[in-house]
Design a binder for this molecule. Structure first.
Ligand code: ATP
Ligand code: MG
Length: 284
């Protein structure tokens, strides 16, 4: 049996639950009120916590693994192993100042008051850069601090930057990038490690599938070689003859991020009736 600590509700939880579901792990009556819930088809128990408590819980081996933002892990300061990067909850932790204030270099932060919910990460950054600024710790709504005279700058999570703009702030420096990560306790048993490996195997199959699409197209036989060279699939594409003489159907896998740049090439090479379909799981 393994215990997995996840955020009960918040920015991480929706995608965390979705990922577990895509990994085929089922829970009976997963409700926001429960604190602990057993999977019905995997020896796994979920512990639903505030994200701040996840690193400590894994450090104490109350949960053998946890899914948490890298920023929270770093802030809590536990030296835990990241065993998988999960690719969601991507954001950055940045310093921002009021739009009209002067900022030419990091030295301009000296003597300033910076509001943040991440005093540990900010403190380390200021020390490393020999900046003598005051850290004002607040637990939320950091971006309003300069506007109400609580601070001259902030250090906070940024994703699109729209919250900063709304609050008249300008991002001046990114201190770290973050995404959801899977962390592991160093006190796991051999049996638990094999359960964790099984879980990671499933997570990778789900993630890889998202990066690829299944592509089906028709083409005249003389174009097939050229089309194959545009489509570096997993191995070579599958080609089957169509009833229409001289034509074939081709099946392959294409990387999502190369799709749009290749589609014109495929059409020019003679491809027709191109279908692109999502892949649910993919084992390389
Ligand atoms: P809790 O109630 O569990 O303590 P919280 O309010 O501290 O939650 P959330 O706002 O739910 O935290 O954010 C959890 C994590 O999600 C953050 O630590 C960060 O890693 C990530 N995150 C937060 N905001 C964003 C965003 N705008 N875009 C992407 N990821 C984000
Ligand atoms: Mg929190």
């Amino acid at each position: 049996m393994i215990t997995l600590a996840v955020q009960k509700s918040g920015r991480l939880s929706e995608q965390t639950f979705a990922l577990l579901q895509e990994c085929g792990i089922k829970f009976n009556g997963l409700s926001k009120r429960s604190l602990m819930i057993n999977a019905t088809n995997y020896p796994l128990r979920l512990l639903l916590l505030r994200d701040d408590d996840i690193p400590e819980c894994v450090n104490d081996n109350i949960a053998q693994i946890g899914m948490v933002g890298e920023n929270t892990l770093l802030e809590k300061g536990f030296d835990l192993k990241i065993i998988e990067r999960l690719g969601y909850a991507k954001c950055r932790l940045s310093i921002a100042v009021p739009e009209k204030s002067v900022f030419n270099s990091m030295k301009d932060l000296s003597g300033q008051k910076i509001a943040t919910s991440y005093p540990h990460i900010l403190g380390k950054f200021l020390d490393e850069n020999k900046i003598d600024a005051e850290i004002h710790e607040i637990s939320g709504s950091v971006e309003i601090a300069p506007g109400i005279g609580l601070a001259n700058a902030i250090f906070d999570i940024v994703s699109t930057g729209s919250t900063l703009i709304t609050n008249g702030l300008r991002e001046v420096f990114t201190v770290m990038k973050s995404e959801a990560v899977l962390i592991q306790s160093d006190q796991t048993t051999a049996e638990q490690i094999s359960l964790i490996e099984g879980l990671i195997f499933r997570m990778r199959a789900v993630r890889t599938a998202k990066d690829y699409k299944y592509i089906i197209l028709n083409a005249p036989n003389e174009s097939i070689d050229q089309i194959c060279s545009i489509l570096p699939g997993m191995k070579s594409p599958t080609i089957t003859p169509l009833v229409t003489k001289g034509w074939s159907s081709l099946y392959s896998v294409i990387e999502e991020n190369t799709f749009w740049e290749n589609i014109d090439k495929l059409k020019k090479a003679g491809a027709q009736g191109i279908l692109v379909v999502p892949i649910e799981k993919m084992i390389m």
